[in-house]
Design a protein around this ligand. Structure first.
Ligand SMILES: NC(=O)c1ccc[n+]([C@@H]2O[C@H](COP(=O)([O-])OP(=O)(O)OC[C@H]3O[C@@H](n4cnc5c(N)ncnc54)[C@H](O)[C@@H]3O)[C@@H](O)[C@H]2O)c1
Ligand SMILES: [Fe+2]
Length: 384
């Protein structure tokens, strides 16, 4: 067996209604005043009442202006608020945008200085403030991951922060908080989870039985439950399966990395604001086809494990996996080309800019096959 290191720094608690115990968990972490970070649609939609009621007796301050495309300015504003209010713990309630913002706020608040100093991998060397993550989407895995991304509008790119200290202290998984997620976002975030599972399974450092099991089980749970969660959002069992699958895939990719699909998706998010899950869902088949000549054995094994292929032939089983992804996306109403996802026609200078972003994205380091600039350009053209 190959040697491996596997790490899950986050305590994970799942229960229907678990969100209402968030304040208790914060108290267990010795928090005295909580900085609660969320976004406007969640707060104003009244979706967080069960969580916030618990904080009535605890000093706290709420910041609810996190935009979907959260950025360095937003991080600095929140950190300033938290310093003024003397908060000593952070609660992130929302999707990946909120959780990633909270993680980067935590760096700023604990370590001070310029946030840009800490971007990249392993540039944080000390414990941060306790952070409790309560996901309201089922896709990003940010509630357990050791990475966070926020946009730097001046540079027009997404900054990546990666460190084991970024993993939240506790992830509270409450499927009831995902019931209000509209069908399109349910489908898109679900495809983000599936992409984490598939990319981690074939990633260059994906050699651990721990990540393999998490990848195959989470992918199976997405194939079995995403249609129902999308079409009948009130189905708590489907919502539960999706939420747990997303966290499992998050644990897998934070140990194994992702790949070219994520590098492409990050560049589309940075340049055109394309939703991360939508971009992943479009690029995923293209990434698999690109990697197929050297990773077919792994894709085929995954296809058999998740139950979408019975073929003993690797190429046939990989093709079955591609067909299953395509059918899942169609059934869930996801666009299949960038042009159908609101991306304007890509001219040469757009493609040049996107290629630069993708080849410098850390996700690409974990892809099983080397990608040249020409390869990346062709992937954009095929996906358009
Ligand atoms: N750190 C990581 O490990 C990691 C992994 C993957 C993606 N990401 C990041 O996550 C971000 C995307 O996150 P996301 O896909 O969760 O979307 P999001 O956080 O951007 O949320 C999208 C929209 O959904 C709304 N929403 C969220 N939960 C809802 C609910 N329960 N009911 C109704 N509306 C709800 C939000 O208000 C928002 O308008 C990207 O910035 C991406 O880079 C991070
Ligand atoms: Fe992702």
């Amino acid at each position: 067996m190959n040697p491996f290191v596997f790490h899950v720094p986050t305590k994970i608690a799942f229960a229907e209604g678990a969100g209402s115990s968030t304040c208790e968990i914060v108290k267990e972490l010795a928090g005295n005043k909580a900085l609660i970070i969320t976004d406007k649609p969640l707060l104003e939609g009244g979706y967080l009442t069960s969580v916030l009621e618990g904080f009535e007796d605890m000093p706290h301050v709420i910041f609810s202006d996190v935009p979907s495309d959260s950025d360095v300015d937003c991080v600095n504003t929140i950190a300033e608020l938290a310093r003024t209010e003397e908060c000593d713990c952070i609660v992130a309630i929302g999707g990946g945008s909120v959780m990633d913002t909270a993680k980067v706020v935590n760096i700023c608040l604990t370590l001070g200085g310029e946030i840009l100093e800490y971007q990249g991998l392993n540039n944080i060397a000390e414990q941060l403030l306790p952070l409790v993550a309560v996901p309201t989407t089922a896709g990003t895995g940010s509630e357990v991951s050791m990475v966070a991304m926020v946009k730097d509008h001046t540079e027009g790119k997404k900054l990546l922060f990666g460190s084991r200290y970024l993993a939240p202290s506790v992830a509270i998984l409450d499927p009831l908080l995902t019931v209000s997620l509209p069908p399109k976002l349910t489908a898109a975030t679900g495809l983000d989870a599936l992409t984490h599972a598939i990319e981690s399974y074939v990633a260059v450092i994906s050699n651990s039985v721990f990540t393999d099991s998490l990848c195959t089980d989470s992918a199976r749970m997405v194939f079995e439950n995403l249609r129902t969660a999308t079409k009948n959002g009130a189905d708590i069992e489907a919502r539960s399966q999706m939420l747990v699958a997303s966290t499992m895939a998050g644990v897998a990719f934070t140990n194994s990395g992702v790949g070219v699909v994520h590098a492409l998706a990050h560049s589309m998010g940075a340049k055109f604001g394309t939703h991360h899950g939508i971009a992943n869902s479009i690029f995923l088949p293209h990434g698999i086809l690109f990697n197929m000549d050297i990773a077919a054995e792994r894709y085929a094994r995954l296809a058999r494990m998740v139950g979408v292929s019975k073929s003993t032939k690797d190429l046939t089983a990989t093709k079955d996996l591609l067909d299953a992804i395509e059918q899942l996306c169609i059934d869930c109403g996801l666009p299949r080309r960038l042009r159908d996802a609101g991306v304007p026609e890509l001219n040469n200078s757009d493609i040049e800019e996107l290629v630069v972003l993708a080849v410098s994205d850390p996700a690409i380091m974990f892809n099983p096959k080397d990608c040249s600039e020409k390869d990346i350009q062709e992937l954009y053209e095929r996906a358009y």
